[in-house]
Design a protein around this ligand. Sequence first.
Ligand code: SAH
Length: 262
Amino acid sequence: MATTLYIIGAGPGDPDLISVKGLNQIRRAEAILYDALVPAELLAKARPSCRMICVGKRKGHKEFSQDEINDLLVFYARRFQCVVRLKGGDPYVFGRGHEELEYVTARGICAEVIPGISSAIAAPSSAGIPLTKRGVNESFWVVAGTVSNGDISGDMILAAQSSATVIVLMGLNQLQKIAAVFSHHRSSLEPIAIIENAARQDQRVITGTAGTIAALAEEHKVCTPAVIVIGKVVDERNALTCLANVYIEQEVSDETNTENKY
Ligand code: SAH
């Protein structure tokens, strides 16, 4: 039987938020190459003999380049029948899953992608924020906060000019710039939420506005991983359905507006 590499989305962090199909392959796997954000409880479902290779960034451990990860996938797929590449969220949402698939299939290895629940979808839900609500919004955009040259993407500026709800991944380092873009194109009162460690035990939700969110994030020392949600749906949140054990509402006055830079 030909080896299949299963590129599996582990979901946002709650170990129960993985597909049955993904979990079944974890149980069968002879080797699992996993990202640092993948929950340990999922790895514990593997067979005791399964080789576990962490290829994500972890304190005190070697960091693998994408090229090294690609080569490791080929190395293990050539030695075992069932190999799993386990990635956070969904492999095809800012996850480089398709690059990995292309690399291994070009070397004669069969690969299958098993989708996962992206943090883009799970973070607002876990915070009690509806991604869409009838009469409030008509669409949502998922935008990368930081692009490869380290700046914010041009799409962010286009998104701010639309009426869409904007979900930002990898955006915490650019929060001040992002808030300034939305203050300029929408309003300094535009609602913004940050969901830190979404769908995990230590989830925190911080809500504010384009004018206040950067100061709130600094005050509360918000850390990665975090998803930023921008738009009126933030005001529709239902804190009672929120999984967060910490829920911080706006405390800074709107007069401390971020300077408009755009
Ligand atoms: N493929 C992943 C995204 C990878 S990019 C997915 O579909 O979710 C990494 C970014 O995802 C982080 O910078 C952060 O913005 C977001 N992220 C991933 N997991 C998260 C979590 N549990 N809580 C908050 N943000 C998360």
